[in-house]
Design a protein around this ligand. Structure first.
Ligand code: FAD
Length: 385
């Protein structure tokens, strides 16, 4: 096997996982990142004043059904048991999310059993006159009814996406996003947890390899990969081409940080469903590490808005116009040589961490097998469109 010089653009999960696999394979890997830290958007750091582990780019909870990925992350970090139990403040009361039997009984001031609640929601609340819901709003009205939709979804969605739910596709909402029992664990996945020393420590261990060289505060621009045998690019797809076809739309987040002496809200995540409350949620970071003890607290008020030129891209919008532009960028990317686009930005998709790791492992394997068979390494391992 020929030892190759590989450039990884981005020291997030995508770059770290691919880099590690190729380093293990014997290749020489250089990882560059424009930021001053590794771990990308999963970055965690201890707040110097309070000692609290802060999820710098917003709350990250690890959850997966993928046994290989779970085994992979546990190689590099001890995972502490953690269940995400989200609360919501709306209409002057606090409720449990996702909407479950407790939420329904509290909201409608009833004491229904599961079957009674199911009949109540599907027969008395749901708007069954809507036969073929086309929009998010119609979907919510069809399956939940106006009361729950307006309290929990309408205002939150307007704030999160900057668009009326009547302009968003029905596909955003699952068929019946309600549980008719008291299960309030936000995720259904078999494996859930929080890395004991944070995600950045986990990524540092993935990157800790004699054949991996990490260079921070090193922005990559097209052409800088020329001296390498292959480039894996986990930056923004449109950014690679200097936005020459236009910009792919993103939502960005602003975090207003504040500290509190004690326990500010009693839980990690409190959503705010009403449109007149300008933030979507408040995150209290010390509750993500319940095995630690901190008197003082660090909280983030989270605001969502359209991403401008210098903002961090968080959530790809992926509506009709963006998908058309994406298809043009994908076609352009297919004309590049020796570059593979990976990760949430390189493929313009929202990816949970477990999916990111799964795809990164497959991309690295795909590279190794393409080389072994003298085949071209694909530009995309997962088609973005
Ligand atoms: C608010 C929010 C909450 C989330 N919560 C969860 C959660 O609870 N659970 C979950 O499983 N997932 C969650 N995710 C998803 C998670 O953040 C992603 O799965 C993960 O960050 C993807 O890793 P990545 O390496 O593909 O991208 P990133 O983490 O974005 O890493 C890409 C890196 O590339 C660098 N880069 C970009 N362009 C260049 C360039 N030109 N030159 C040099 N470097 C460059 C960037 O600085 C960045 O460090 C959340 C995402 C968001 C936005």
């Amino acid at each position: 096997m020929k030892i190759e010089n590989i450039l990884m653009v981005g020291a997030g999960l995508s770059g770290a996982v691919i880099g590690r696999r190729l380093g293990d394979e014997g290749h020489q890997v250089t990882v560059v990142d424009s930021r001053s830290h590794i771990a990308g958007n999963c970055h965690t750091e201890r707040d110097p004043d309070t000692g609290v582990m802060v999820h710098v780019y917003g709350p990250h909870i690890f959850h997966t059904d993928d046994e290989d990925v779970w085994a992979y992350v546990n190689r590099f970090q001890t995972f502490k048991d953690y269940k995400n139990r989200v609360k919501a403040t709306t209409g002057g009361a606090v409720y449990s999310l996702p909407i479950n039997l407790h939420t329904i009984n509290q909201f409608f001031a009833k004491t229904m059993l599961p079957d009674e609640a199911f009949a109540f929601i599907t027969q008395e609340q749901a708007d069954t006159s809507i036969k073929d819901p086309q929009t998010f709003e119609e979907q919510a009205m069809r399956f939940l009814g106006r009361d729950l939709y307006e309290a929990f979804f309408k205002g939150y969605t307007i704030k999160q996406w900057g668009r009326a739910p009547s302009e968003l596709p029905a596909s955003i909402l699952k068929r019946l996003p309600v549980r008719f029992n008291y299960e309030d664990n936000y995720f259904f996945h078999k494996f859930q947890g929080m890395p004991e020393n944070g995600y950045t420590d986990m990524v540092a261990r993935i990157l800790d390899h004699p054949r991996i060289d990490v260079k921070l505060e090193t922005p990559f621009q097209r052409g800088q990969g020329d001296g390498y045998d292959h480039v894996f690019y986990s930056g923004a797809l449109d950014g690679y081409f200097d936005f020459e076809l236009g910009r792919l739309g993103y939502r960005t987040l602003d975090f207003e940080k504040f500290t509190y002496d004690g326990d500010y809200q009693g839980c990690a995540v409190m959503n705010y469903g009403e449109e007149q409350v300008p933030y979507t949620r408040i995150t209290e970071h010390k509750h993500f590490s319940p095995w630690e003890s901190h008197q003082r607290s660090v909280c983030y008020r989270e605001f969502a808005r359209a991403a401008e030129v210098d903002d961090i891209p968080y959530y790809p919008i992926r509506q009709v116009a963006e998908k058309a532009l994406l298809a043009d960028y994908v076609a352009l990317a297919e004309t590049t040589e020796r570059v593979t686009f990976v990760g949430r930005l390189g493929t313009y998709r929202y990816l949970d961490m477990d999916v990111t790791i799964r795809e990164a492992l497959e991309a690295a394997e795909g590279f190794v097998s393409a080389r072994a068979a003298s085949r071209k390494v694909p530009t995309f391992f997962t088609p973005p469109v």
